[in-house]
Design a protein around this ligand. Sequence first.
Ligand SMILES: [Zn+2]
Length: 88
Amino acid sequence: MSEFTYQGEAGRQRPDPASTDRAAWDAYVYDRLNPAGEHNELWQHSGGCRAHLVVTRNTLTHVISSVAFAREAGRAHSAGRRGKGARS
Ligand SMILES: [Zn+2]
């Protein structure tokens, strides 16, 4: 096991669970960005404190330009997003 586990693209917006918009659900389940350049990624410190991190990594050079706790990044750019256990 490695210390950090990749958990996919960061900042994805799940459709409302009550939504029956098939195109929106198809996009959410299947569409992924695959940039040659900077990409926002969700990583978990699975071998440590288990915190989730939003890492901005250049897919060509692997240079990491920013790291933030996901809970803080989530507040900054997706206000109103439903999180685990969050109800509004
Ligand atoms: Zn940690």
